[in-house]
Every structure is written in structure tokens, then in C-alpha cells.
Design a protein. Structure first.
Length: 416
């Protein structure tokens, strides 16, 4: 049989026949590639899913936002607020920031706590927020129903409330909530609005599990029994018009508050300014580093699989020296022999790649369904994994194929 100038189909068919003759060894050889490809797909899918979750977190928190908290940095939970030394921020501080720092677009001072919300025979434990008008724009909240608070509600401490979707559902079910009366703790309120649902937040919390009331109402009705100092607030949130000016505005706010609080150089601030964009950026960098680390681990698995392929192909060359001599004797040249063994190596790697892709997709779906990590499958990554499997076979199969092609046909025929 003249094998010189064999077509690609003939080469692949002959390679498949050779592998089938020792299928168990071929299957074990492909395990490294299977594990490597599956690991690449799962790790990259988890990394991209986490990145998507971070992007959702950015959109939910706002990339143009600063949060100013008292230096102690702890909340009062609606039950106990602690001494006046904890409340180092006031509404006057918020007014000064609004008035003196031109880069500020929105600003809202707030108080928050937790309490039972009761309607008829239904009750639900939730958190409440006492806010100023800009709070809705800073936090990206919109109304699904109702008109919300008017100017008089904010100024008079009106007993009006806006419900998050979770609270509305738990208290009212299919019943109309607008205009109904409920109690937060012992204080009666009238529902004037329902917020559009946001669902789960970036840290796993239910963003819709809240009720919103005017700041003055929170001060007079909800926090008055906790010895709240006059004008004190728990947090000041700032929305910046230009995201590129976020760090500049932060520095201006810190300088202004140090001046207002009479903090001398070298003394510790009695407040803290949290730049959410910097926090999210740090988390994004951490996620990227983790993805690179996991990808490196998966890459090592591929290298190990490739070395396994090279090892088995070298063994195969040794075992088939006489066969190689026969092929050369009937007209096969070094190029044909090289193509033959390369095809076998690529087939092993490709079969392992296909199985690895299937296991990787299945593993990623299982992680997304039963695990706590977000997962996002990407067709490009799957295609890249298939390309890697072929490249692995080609790279690690070349040396054994080249060694086979360099055998002397006469010496090869003498082998028993």
C-alpha cells in the first residue's frame, strides 16, 4: 500500500484506528486535558459571573457616590443610639457641604433603624430610613405607585411612609397599599408610595425590605427616645455630578468637615468618608487577580495533560518502530509519519477537550445552581478552550512525531 501523500481524512482515520487499538490508555492519557479544559471553563465562568455581580453592585450603589459616617462607624439598630459623642455629623454639616462644595449634585442626611411594621393582623420586621429628598436620586430609587413625599412632609415631620416591595407584599399581599394606615413600632403612618423593586443586592441582602420616612419624622417619632442630640444624623450621602471629580470632592468634604468640627492638624477625624467607587475598584482588582490565579491553576492542569500526551506518544513510537519501518518501506516519507503521530496526539487532546467542555459547562451550571458563586457562561471562552485542547495536542505531540519521522527505516525493520 502506498501511503505517500495520504489525505487528511485518511490520516485521521488511520490515527483513530491506532488509538482504538489501545483505547483505555488513550482515555487515561486524555484525563489531564479533560480536567484542564473543564477547570478553565468553570473558573472563567465564575470569574465573569463575579465581575457581572460587581458591575450590578456598582449600578446599585452608584459609582458617583460618597458616604460620610461618624468616626465610630456603628449603627443603633433602632433600639439604642448611644451617647452624643457618637453623633458627630449634623444636618448643618450636610447643608454646609451642599452650599460650599460646587461638585456636589445631590446630598441627603439620614437616620435609620429597625422595627416591627404592622398592618391589621399582619406584621413584618424591617428597617426604616429617615431621609431627605435627594436620598432617592442618590440611591437610584423610583416609585412604582403613589406620589411619595411632598415638601410639606419633609418640613413638618408628617407621618407618611413609602414601602419597599417586600414590605408591601408581606403586609398587603394583593390588597391596595396606597392610602392605608399602618404602624411602625407604635407610631401610625399613612402609605403614600411604593418603591420599584430592586431585588437582591450585591452583598446578598434584600434591597426591597425597607420603609422610608421623612428625616424629621424619624427624628421626632422614631429616635426621640434614644437621646438623639439636636440636629444629629447617622449618615450623609453625597452624589457627585462628575465621576472624574470624585476624589477632589472627597478631599474638599474632608477639609470642610475638619474645619467645621475644629479638628487640629495631626488629630484623628471624628468622621469617615467612604468612596464607593474605590471600594468597588479594589474588589474588581481582587476578582481579576483571583481569576488569573484560578486560570493559572487550570493552565497547569493543561500542561500536565500535555506532558502526559507527550509521554504516551513517545511510548507509542517505541512500541511501533517496526510499523514505522514498514510504512517507510512502502513509500511513506518522514512528513507522512510526522502527520500520522501528530494526528494521534491531536485526536487524544481533542477528544479530551470535547469531554472537558461538556464537564466544564455542566460543572459551571451546577456551581450556579447549588453554589453561592455567580456564574456566566461565555461562548468565546468555550471556543478558546477547544482551541487550547487542539494546541495542546499539537505542541506536545510534535516532539514524538518528529522523533518517529527521523527513524531510519532499515534499523526500524530490524526491530522485533
Amino acid at each position: 500500500m502506498n501511503v505517500q501523500g495520504m489525505s487528511l481524512a485518511e490520516v485521521l482515520r488511520t490515527a483513530a484506528f491506532a488509538l482504538r487499538g489501545n483505547w483505555l490508555r488513550s482515555a487515561l492519557t486524555s484525563l489531564g486535558v479533560i480536567i484542564g479544559i473543564a477547570a478553565v471553563i468553570v473558573m472563567v465562568s465564575v470569574g465573569q459571573g463575579t465581575q457581572r455581580e460587581i458591575d450590578r453592585l456598582v449600578s446599585g450603589l452608584g459609582s458617583q457616590r460618597l458616604d460620610i459616617n461618624p468616626g465610630a462607624g456603628r449603627g443603633f439598630g433602632g433600639v439604642r443610639i448611644g451617647g452624643s459623642n457618637f453623633f458627630t455629623l449634623t444636618e448643618d454639616d450636610a447643608d454646609a457641604i451642599r452650599r460650599e462644595i460646587p461638585g456636589v449634585q445631590y446630598i441627603s442626611a439620614s437616620l435609620r433603624g429597625g422595627s416591627q411594621v404592622v398592618y391589621a393582623e399582619n406584621n413584618w420586621s424591617s428597617s426604616w430610613q429617615g431621609v431627605q429628598p435627594d436620598w432617592f436620586a442618590i440611591n437610584g430609587w423610583e416609585l412604582a405607585a403613589g406620589d411619595g413625599f411632598d415638601t410639606r412632609d419633609y418640613g413638618s415631620g408628617a407621618k407618611s411612609v413609602i414601602l419597599g416591595e417586600t414590605v408591601r407584599r408581606e403586609l398587603f399581599g394583593d390588597e391596595e397599599a396606597l392610602g392605608q394606615n399602618l404602624r411602625i413600632g407604635r407610631v401610625p403612618f399613612t402609605v403614600v408610595g411604593v418603591l420599584k423593586s430592586k431585588g437582591q443586592g450585591g452583598f446578598g441582602q434584600d434591597q426591597d425590605d425597607l420603609v422610608v420616612i421623612p428625616l424629621q419624622t424619624a427624628r421626632r417619632r422614631m429616635a426621640s427616645s434614644a437621646s438623639l442630640p439636636p440636629g444629629a444624623v447617622q449618615q450623609v450621602s453625597v452624589g457627585v455630578a462628575d465621576p472624574d471629580a470624585l476624589s477632589t470632592v472627597q478631599a474638599e468634604i474632608e477639609a470642610l468637615l475638619r474645619q467645621r468640627h475644629k479638628i487640629q492638624p495631626g488629630e484623628e477625624d471624628d468622621f469617615s468618608v467612604r468612596n464607593l467607587a474605590e471600594i468597588v475598584s479594589a474588589r474588581t482588582q481582587t476578582t481579576k487577580l483571583m481569576s488569573l490565579l484560578l486560570g493559572a491553576v487550570a493552565g497547569i492542569s493543561l500542561i500536565v495533560g500535555g506532558i502526559g500526551i507527550m509521554n504516551i506518544m513517545l511510548v507509542s513510537v517505541t512500541e511501533r518502530i517496526r510499523e514505522i519501518g514498514l510504512r517507510m518501506a512502502v513509500g511513506a516519507g518522514p512528513r507522512d509519519i510526522r502527520r500520522q503521530f501528530l494526528a494521534e496526539a491531536i485526536l487524544i487532546s481533542l477528544i479530551g477537550g470535547v469531554i472537558g467542555i461538556a464537564l466544564g459547562i455542566g460543572g459551571a451550571l451546577l456551581v450556579g445552581k447549588f453554589g453561592s458563586l455567580p456564574v456566566e457562561l461565555n461562548g468565546k471562552v468555550i471556543g478558546l478552550a477547544a482551541g487550547f485542547s487542539i494546541a495542546t495536542g499539537l505542541f506536545f505531540g510534535y516532539y514524538p512525531a518528529s522523533k518517529a519521522a527521523k527513524l531510519d527505516p532499515i534499523e526500524a525493520l530490524r526491530q522485533q
